[in-house]
Ligand binder design. Structure first.
Ligand SMILES: Cc1ncc(COP(=O)(O)O)c(C=O)c1O
Length: 423
């Protein structure tokens, strides 16, 4: 979690450099240094067996951040053709792009065959695979589903008998037949849901996919499957305590990969791990209402930025830092027993009853004009931006604590831009 001191500095600096003004009622701040820390933590894994580390674009598609990722030598994982095009525009080389989507159309597949040679395109099911020509120039992958719950929250879980994700791993004969038909099928893919902290469960799924790859190669009589895409999904700790270390999962996975005969290359596609702790949202408290002995903070960040948090309350903890309008730190909801805290409900700016990112938390007494910081908000926040109520999407400020620089990398939307969406 970013400290209140650093947040106060970033707010002051953005204000001093006139990157924000009174109309910036909510801003996403993003710490580039933190992103690079996480990228460095992953870069050293799976080198011996061959690694392509990609970052899931959908988690934070801000262009200036994609460029940072590409500059650091990482690839990008795309969930739509528009994201593929964003990856190319951010300078990502084709062979570092992985395209996953459960709903690729025939024309999207054709576009990939014509324009994306060298990239990895993972078919979500055999039905999709059969839409490809026999020769594509792509690295073709097939997503498998071990069909066992990984323990993610329901809305992030991808297992289950009726899952839309992946070919059931039990359909070995059909998969073998497809591998014979498509000699370019060289990758097996698994992504076992998101926000999963159970290393044992994640590793068990990966092992099953590797075993399937070995069995396929044996039956095929050649090393056709050369690569295992182990997806993303590693959880982050939103409680404000220590950040969870990816080495817990990747050290065990790497040891396993080194122990198997085939020595497969590895693709990774984490999202949340890189971004969550790097970002915070600073939202102005427009009104503070006294209701039934509690304070209701009407802020400028709600279900538009924290969509999952509002629609699935209590799915994860959320820590806040409260600052005065002068960016002076007032306190947090993290230490519930601290003196001077009052019961508070954090409401967003949208006109519907569920627009509450948090209810019943303990905060220092807030006042209109204060700044409420939502911590650990770099992943799946602006990325899930909801245009409900037609509000303008906030600006994004990238800062670097080493060079002490702040930069506006995405401008707040204008009302004209919002209106254009509906035309
Ligand atoms: C196929 C795929 N890969 C990677 C990711 C990134 O997952 P996470 O952000 O949980 O690491 C997702 C997210 O849903 C995904 O669907």
């Amino acid at each position: 979690m970013i400290t209140p001191e650093e947040q106060s500095w970033a707010l002051h600096q953005a204000h001093r450099e006139k990157l924000i003004n009174k109309d910036d009622t909510a801003v996403l701040f993003y710490n580039a240094t933190k992103l690079h820390e996480k990228l460095r933590a992953v870069k050293g894994f799976f080198i011996q067996t061959g690694a392509l580390h990609t970052v899931a674009i959908k988690t934070n598609p801000t262009f200036g951040i994609l460029k940072e990722i590409v500059k650091a030598g990482f690839g990008l994982e795309a969930a739509s053709l528009a994201e593929v095009k964003m990856a190319l525009k951010a300078g990502c080389e084709k062979h570092k792009i992985v395209f996953d989507s459960p709903a690729k159309t025939q024309s999207e597949i054709n576009w990939c065959v014509n324009h994306l040679k060298g990239a990895t395109v993972n078919a979500n099911c055999l039905e999709e695979l059969h839409r490809y020509p026999i020769r594509t120039g792509l690295h073709l992958g097939l997503r498998l589903n071990v069909q066992r719950s990984s323990g993610s929250a329901d809305f992030l879980d991808v297992a289950g008998a009726c899952s839309k994700f992946g070919e059931p791993i039990s359909r070995f004969e059909e998969i073998l037949k497809a591998a014979k038909t498509f000699p370019e099928l060289n990758t097996l893919h698994i992504h076992q849901g998101s926000q999963n902290n159970n290393v044992h469960v994640l590793l068990r799924g990966i092992k099953e996919v590797v075993n399937t790859a070995e069995s396929l190669n044996k039956k095929l009589g050649k090393r056709q499957i050369t690569t295992i895409d182990i997806g993303g999904g590693f959880a982050v700790n939103y409680s404000g305590d220590d950040e969870w270390d990816i080495a817990r999962l990747y050290t065990a996975t790497e040891q396993f990969f080194q122990s198997v005969d085939g020595r497969f290359g590895v693709i990774t596609e984490l999202g949340r791990y890189y971004h969550a702790h790097a970002g915070f949202v600073a939202a102005q408290c427009e009104y503070v209402l006294n209701r039934a002995g509690a304070r209701v903070l009407i802020t400028h960040a709600g279900a538009d930025l924290f969509l999952r948090e509002c629609y699935v309350p209590d799915a994860r903890p959320q820590t806040f830092h409260l600052f005065g309008s002068d960016y002076k730190y007032k306190g947090t909801n993290k230490f519930t027993g601290a003196p001077g805290l009052v019961e508070s409900h954090v409401a967003g700016p949208l006109c519907f009853g569920g627009d509450f990112p948090a209810k019943g938390i303990q905060l220092p007494p807030a006042q209109a004009g204060d700044i409420l910081v939502f911590n650990d908000a770099g992943a799946n926040t602006l990325a899930l931006w909801s245009i409900h109520c037609s509000r303008a999407a906030p600006s994004v400020i990238l800062y670097n604590v080493e060079s002490k620089s702040v930069k506006l990398i995405k401008k707040r939307q204008t009302h004209e831009q919002v209106m254009r969406f509906w035309q």
